[in-house]
Design a protein around this ligand. Structure first.
Ligand code: PLP
Length: 405
């Protein structure tokens, strides 16, 4: 089946909730993917920050295949080895004490919200229930995580959303201080906002957020579903800011391409989820966790996270170079290999033209191009991507000149 046949079947049988590029991907290797017509693309999307080790990383493939042949599922009525192995890797490489596994980012954030409410209502005997989140945040598509998301377009048509979510501007300490009252149980934010347009927390901001949470006796919970797992040049993005959150949520890159989410918490908070209080049938599935353990091992062993820092600053410099050249580039921002380029024009056309020249990039909000290459890319990959971008932008600015002339 070629691209157009697969597309036509999809258009006939699938719900129309996604806006898709016009090709089907059939194969991936490292930083490259191939479509059903045999075209090759350099992948600077990585399944939206999922394939942090590139496509079909041999150690992840091997770990999955081995586990698939042994045990695919057993439920959480029993212990399973890959789950405890991955839990140990996450806990021994962070300041957290315990993990809860689930299947997706939204489910991890739901778990964190339930954990925060139950911590206050059951452990502390208080009625605190409100959770403060940020404008331009993205926390997921379930009812509660949509309510937590500070973007109108994620709410539209789904009323009534669950109550108890309050939004404030990101990087605004005073607004947060004002929004926290005696019914607030937690603050949740992304250290680097991804979907909202690639905005990183400013240098002193998270320290202030931590201070506010400590003074008011509420929980600091970070959504690192996109910015965690080495993406920003540290295993966790919060490490850049010298803070110690009570809770962090992970998903996306955690399962190396298989569905896997996690809630990590410090001991006292984790106590809130006692036996029978929360759960998931597939959560911590042996195959996903075997993949996750292979991902963690690769991230920790091979200087890969350091490569994310180095390639991140190399790509940043190159994008700055394009900014000096093209007047429609307004800003380059982000952290590590989670980078954004804000434009004064619509980004969709640039995404299309790059794809036609063999480069996959993504447009986060309408005018922000987002770059999420695998963390193990080389300078040559960056050069290849920037060369394509340069050609595409050059052709656009020529068009612009023609129009002016
Ligand atoms: C992708 C994402 C989510 C939602 O994850 P799903 O697996 O799609 O439910 C939540 N938070 C952030 C920051 C994300 O990037």
């Amino acid at each position: 089946m070629g691209n157009s046949f697969i597309k036509s079947l999809g258009e006939k049988y699938l719900m129309k909730n996604y806006i898709r590029q016009p090709m089907a991907l059939v194969k991936g290797e490292g930083a490259y993917v191939w479509d059903a017509d045999g075209n090759r693309y350099l992948d600077f999307v990585s399944g939206i920050a999922v394939n942090n080790l590139g496509h079909c990383h041999p150690e992840v493939v091997e770990a999955c295949c081995e586990q698939i042949g042994k045990l695919m599922h057993c439920s959480n009525l029993y212990w399973n080895e890959p789950q405890v192995e991955l839990a140990q890797l996450l806990i021994e490489n962070s300041h957290f004490d315990r993990v809860f596994f689930c299947n997706s980012g939204a489910e991890a954030n739901e778990g964190a919200f339930k954990l925060a409410r139950r911590y206050f209502q059951v452990v502390k005997g208080s009625r605190r229930y409100k959770i403060v989140t940020m404008y331009k945040s993205f926390h997921g598509r379930t009812l509660a995580t949509a309510a937590a998301t500070g973007q109108e377009k994620v709410h539209t048509g789904f009323d009534p959303l669950p109550p108890g979510f309050v939004h404030v501007p990101f990087n605004d300490v005073q607004a947060l201080e004002k929004a926290v009252d005696d019914e607030t149980c937690a603050v949740m934010l992304e250290p680097v906002q991804g979907e909202g347009g690639v905005y990183a927390a400013e240098a002193g901001y998270l320290k202030e957020v931590e201070r506010i949470c400590r003074e008011k006796g509420i929980l600091l919970m970070l959504d690192e579903i996109q910015c965690g797992m080495g993406r920003t040049g540290n295993l966790f993005a919060y490490e850049h800011y010298g803070i110690k959150p009570h809770v962090v949520t992970l998903a996306k890159a955690l399962g190396g391409g298989l569905p896997l989410g996690a809630v990590l918490a410090v001991e006292e908070v984790s106590e809130a989820l006692g036996p029978g209080s929360h759960g998931s049938t597939f959560g911590g599935n042996p195959v996903s966790c075997a993949a996750g353990a292979a991902v963690m091992a690769a991230l920790l062993e091979n200087g890969l996270i350091n490569n994310a820092t180095q390639m991140g600053s190399y790509l940043f410099e190159k994008l700055e170079g394009l900014k000096r050249k093209y007047g429609f580039i307004m800003d380059i921002r982000g952290l590590g290999l989670l980078l954004g380029m804000e434009l004064s024009i619509d980004g969709g056309k640039i995404v299309d033209l790059c794809r036609e020249k063999g480069l996959l990039i993504n447009c986060a909000s309408q005018k922000v191009l987002r770059f999420l290459p695998p963390l193990n890319i080389t300078r040559e990959h960056v050069d290849e991507a920037v060369e394509i971008l340069d050609k595409v932008m050059g052709s656009l600015s020529e068009e612009g000149e023609d129009e002016i002339g």
